[in-house]
Ligand binder design. Structure first.
Ligand code: HEC
Length: 116
């Protein structure tokens, strides 16, 4: 009987967390709207990367200050490789705090869509 109560409780908790997710606003990258550097990607990079990769403190020799910088790293494949988990490890960038799924998807869509 105890097990059943527990299972029921668990189902409840899951149901609650699921319905919560439905309330969060939809990720633009999941719609068929176009993703652009200026409207979508720049803000993510400014917020999460440019404390270390701006024109002054280009950590690891990397700066991500403008479109050309970012296109360079996107074309080399490094940009995407750095922000996704790999081989069971957390993403390497940004150091400490991974991007949200929506942010990763936004960058992926931007790369796949031709880096404009
Ligand atoms: C807290 C500082 C910090 C933040 C924030 C940060 N980086 Fe870095 N980044 C570094 C350092 C330091 C290196 C040099 C390599 C290393 O130490 O891992 C680096 C290296 C890189 C490299 C080069 C990797 C290579 O193989 O040469 C890329 C690309 C990169 N970062 C992208 C990003 C992106 C994209 C973000 C945001 C999503 C970000 N970084 C956020 C500190 C940071």
């Amino acid at each position: 009987m105890k097990t059943i109560t527990c299972l029921l409780l668990l189902t409840f908790v899951f149901a609650c967390t699921n319905s919560k997710q439905e309330v969060t606003p939809q990720c633009k990258a999941e719609t068929n709207q176009k993703i652009s550097y200026q409207n979508d990607v720049k803000a993510i990079i400014d917020k999460n990367c440019n404390s270390c990769h701006n024109n002054k403190s280009h950590s690891g020799g990397v700066k991500l200050e403008d479109l050309r910088d970012l296109q360079f790293w996107a074309n080399s494949g490094e940009l995407y490789d750095q922000i996704i988990p790999f081989g069971g490890n957390p993403p390497r960038m940004p150091k400490g705090m991974p991007l949200t799924d929506c942010e990763v998807l936004t960058i992926k869509k931007w790369i796949d869509g031709g880096l404009n």
